[in-house]
Write a protein of this length. Structure first.
Length: 459
């Protein structure tokens, strides 16, 4: 999140100051402009919090120290160093103030260790201090420092963590911020760690199931293309030069080669434009919704993704649910955590309105939404009738976790076998084409043989 500080003037001439956070510079400026229009303010100055490099020392006999400090202006850094008794040698604004997002594994480690230390009854301040000292990733270390400083100043934990949702992710930031208010920090941290681990594990398995085979097929496609465009034509054109009749597979392959060489722009356009267009489309809200709906309908993989989404939903719902009177907010947050726009939309815009406006039960509302499996609906119905819906959600999450892990391994093995068969078929076809060219030979001239009465042959 990017932080902004602004100075504005009211209609009566009074000067006021304010601050806000935004995901981007453009978003921040739009927020400030809307705030000014709503409250009839005239913006005088907008400052963005940036990183400054400083060089300072305590006394002339000591070695200068260097460091970084976030501030709105260079003057703020100089004044802060002076108050600490340092002699300021230089302060310069960082030109490219960009920090890459920490690896997902670093976030998981932070949450898991925090959960374990909370179990050991350490205070959260002590935990942050320990992790700040031991964290190697620079972006995460700086984020934890700022969170620690904000919490020491009495800032709201939920607001503080949501400021850094670009680092943690929206759901993780929300859960960690909520933990301090829940009275059960350790359990929420454990549930969040479990969610992050499952999410990481599923994505890794999905990459093995989809991305690796796709890369293999793409490399195979390039190899075949190279053969058809460059290697094969050199041999086949010799036959054409001598006006030899070509076998059917050789003739077809040569026609394909000639077409590809004669229309490189068309071939490139057909190969590149549709994937680029599709990629750009799914980056839009409408495209993301369409893709998330379509992916659930894929054979085999779609079912696994669907069950994993319900598993995540159930696990988060279990963590946040405290009673039927307070079920709406846990359902909303769990739907957002599921990571599928289509699923989230159906839960938030179909199921929740039915529960709020018409008093429909959880199971019936979930059934109308159309995004829950029969197994999930059956389990939620059983939990709703017996008053154990919270534990039922956890049981459902554990069941789907076990099932998807087992089935995904089988899917990966099946895909690997399929790819091996595709490679074998392609190699056989290439071998057949190459072997067929070996059967091409020049025609022999017509020879007429006459046998005389004396037995001599005359050609």
């Amino acid at each position: 999140m990017i932080e902004f500080k602004f100075t504005a003037e009211k209609t009566n001439g009074q000067i006021i100051n304010g601050s806000l956070s935004a995901l981007s510079a453009g978003d921040g400026k739009r927020k400030i402009q809307k705030l000014a229009e709503k409250n009839h303010l005239k913006i005088r100055e907008v400052q963005r919090r940036a990183t400054f490099f400083y060089k300072a020392r305590k006394s002339n006999s000591e070695k200068p120290v260097k460091g970084e400090q976030k501030a709105y202006t260079k003057k703020e850094v100089e004044e802060a160093l002076s108050r600490l008794g340092y002699q300021v040698l230089s302060v310069n604004k960082k030109l490219f103030d960009f920090s890459p997002k920490p690896p997902h594994s670093e976030i998981v480690t932070f949450v898991k260790i925090s959960a374990e230390l909370l179990d050991q009854k350490l205070s959260y301040g002590e935990i942050l201090t320990l992790l700040i000292n031991d964290t190697q990733n620079k972006a995460l270390k700086e984020t934890l420092k700022e969170i620690n400083n904000d919490l020491k100043k009495g800032a709201d934990s939920e607001v503080t963590f949501l400021k850094y949702q670009s680092i943690f992710g929206k759901f993780t930031a929300y859960m960690l911020g909520l933990a301090s208010k829940s009275g059960n920090m350790a359990e929420i941290y454990k549930a969040t760690a479990k969610f992050l681990e499952r999410n990481q594990e599923f994505k890794k398995s999905l990459r093995s199931a989809l991305i690796t085979p796709m890369v293999t097929l793409f490399v195979l496609f390039l190899a075949v293309l190279f053969y058809v465009l460059y290697i094969f034509p050199e041999t086949a054109k010799l036959f054409v030069k001598f006006k030899l009749d070509l076998p059917p597979m050789t003739a077809f392959t040569l026609d394909v080669s000639n077409f590809l060489q004669a229309n490189p722009v068309l071939v490139a356009a057909v190969s590149i434009i549709p994937p680029v267009f599709f990629w750009r489309f799914i980056k839009t809200k409408k495209g993301e919704y369409f893709f998330d709906q379509w992916i659930l309908k894929l054979p085999v993989i779609g079912s696994l993704i669907h069950k994993t989404i319900i598993e995540v939903f159930s696990r988060v719902f279990y963590t946040l649910y405290s009673g039927s009177a307070e079920s709406i907010e846990p359902i909303r947050i769990a739907a957002e955590a599921a990571g599928n726009r289509y699923f989230e939309d159906k839960v938030k815009n179909v199921a929740i309105p039915l529960m709020v406006k018409k008093g429909v039960g959880i199971t019936d509302a979930f059934e109308v939404s159309g995004v829950f499996t029969e197994t999930a609906l059956s389990r939620f119905h059983s939990g709703e009738e017996t008053g154990t819906i919270r534990n039922t959600a956890l049981q459902l999450a554990n069941y789907y976790e076990s099932e998807t892990v087992y089935r995904l391994k089988n899917v990966i093995e099946m895909i690997q076998v399929t790819i091996a068969m595709v490679i074998m078929v392609v190699m056989i076809l290439l071998t057949l084409v190459s072997a067929e060219t070996a059967t091409v030979s020049p025609k022999q001239p017509n020879v007429v043989e006459i046998v005389t009465s004396s037995g001599n042959n005359i050609v």
